[in-house]
Design a protein around this ligand. Structure first.
Ligand SMILES: Cc1cc2nc3c(=O)[nH]c(=O)nc-3n(C[C@H](O)[C@H](O)[C@H](O)COP(=O)(O)O)c2cc1C
Length: 220
């Protein structure tokens, strides 16, 4: 079946895309307003787009043409933190997506602790094994319904237990237990079911006995 995206309204178009482009990592964004009041919310239209400089992008919806709090805060302060979400943090993350009225401390509602950031103002989530301190590079306003936030990563905090070799930046991601967002409403996946499949050179591919067999996939 072919869907002509030009013929679809926002709701339908979003449903097709968000159900098909899965799983998506979740950026648990902690930002603050100009008065230093903290805000937390999850965003799964997220990834990194370059290593040097380290660049991340997040797609933020603008319901009824208005910025969500995270986007308004990022416009105001140019800074924010991305905290990665593990299975044990899933419920807390979900709590911060509840549209509480302004002034409610979502981090307190979610029952998470925060610690001060290093390179930017504000705080990050202590229980998150990986946190990225970010500074805004550019906001691309995709009229009328969304904006793309592009930012550089100034500092990464990774729990010591996951750092295998700091000098070589070798991280053991197998125990992060990160979750990914699947189709709406409310589906997620865990990342425990992993396999390793190295990218091959032409010579390595030609040396394979059976090129159609997944000989280089090893369950872990
Ligand atoms: C797992 C998850 C992922 C989400 N991803 C996005 C997203 O990528 N973009 C977006 O605009 N909203 C996303 N949302 C909805 C926002 O989190 C929600 O609108 C939130 O209330 C925004 O909070 P804020 O106004 O404090 O920024 C997501 C919600 C959940 C639960």
């Amino acid at each position: 079946m072919m869907f002509d995206m030009d013929q679809l309204d926002l709701g339908r178009s979003y449903k097709l895309l968000s159900s098909s482009i899965v799983p998506r990592p979740i950026a648990w964004v902690v930002s603050q307003d100009a008065n230093g009041v903290a805000n937390a919310a999850p965003y799964s239209l997220f990834n990194f787009f370059g290593g040097h400089p380290p660049v991340v992008c997040i797609g933020m919806g603008r319901p009824k043409g208005r910025d969500k709090d995270s986007l308004a805060n990022i416009r105001a302060t140019n800074e924010f933190v991305i905290n990665m979400v593990t299975a044990s943090l899933a419920q807390a993350m979900n709590t911060t997506a509840v549209p509480f009225p302004a002034g409610v401390d979502e981090l307190e509602k979610a029952g998470v602790e925060t610690v001060p950031c290093t390179r930017i103002a504000g705080r990050r989530i202590k229980q998150s094994p990986v946190a990225l301190e970010c500074r805004l590079m550019q906001i691309i306003d995709v009229q009328p319904s969304s904006a793309i936030v592009m930012a550089s990563v100034l500092a990464m905090h990774i729990d010591d237990e996951h750092v295998k070799d700091a000098e070589r930046c070798y991280i053991d991601g197998s125990r992060f237990d990160a979750i990914g967002r699947m189709e709406s409403p409310g589906w997620y996946t865990k990342t425990g079911d992993r396999f390793v499949m190295p990218q091959l050179s032409v010579q390595e591919w030609e040396a394979l006995d059976d090129k159609l067999q997944n000989v280089c996939i090893t369950p872990r």
